[in-house]
Design a protein around this ligand. Structure first.
Ligand code: SF4
Length: 119
């Protein structure tokens, strides 16, 4: 992803073709071969979001760290702060994969869900 001279260029990852898509002048998009690339580039330019994958501590000696991920993408600018928040959590069994372990992370509406069981 590059920015410069009022332009923003990103590699579209919506399919394996990997078009280099450039946004300029706010709404002008070029380099995309389809509408998905336009939507992807505009979103990456205006409000980039990512799924956060991390771990939370547990009280279980056999599995001291439980892998979790957010149930939806969160603003990229909040990833570090959200990871720090998850690092302060400590959960106890039982937890099943898919259970919510932290709700509404930093007011994003996204929850952290377990990706493994903890029994
Ligand atoms: S713009 Fe369309 S064709 Fe190009 S990488 Fe994105 S989805 Fe694929």
């Amino acid at each position: 992803m590059t920015k410069g001279a009022g332009e923003f260029t990103v590699t579209c990852v919506a399919c394996p073709v990997g078009c280099e898509v450039t946004v300029s002048g706010g709404d002008e998009v070029r380099g995309n071969r389809c509408d998905r690339g336009r939507e992807y580039a505009l979103l990456e330019h205006r409000d980039p979001r990512r799924i956060l994958t991390s771990t939370v501590r547990t009280t279980c000696p056999d599995l001291p760290l439980l892998p979790v991920r957010t149930d939806r993408p969160i603003p990229k600018r909040l990833l570090f702060e959200a990871a720090k928040l998850l690092a302060t959590e400590c959960i106890s069994p039982p937890v099943k994969a898919g259970d919510v372990v932290v709700r509404d992370i930093l007011g994003t509406g996204a929850s952290a869900v377990a990706t493994d069981d903890l029994f």
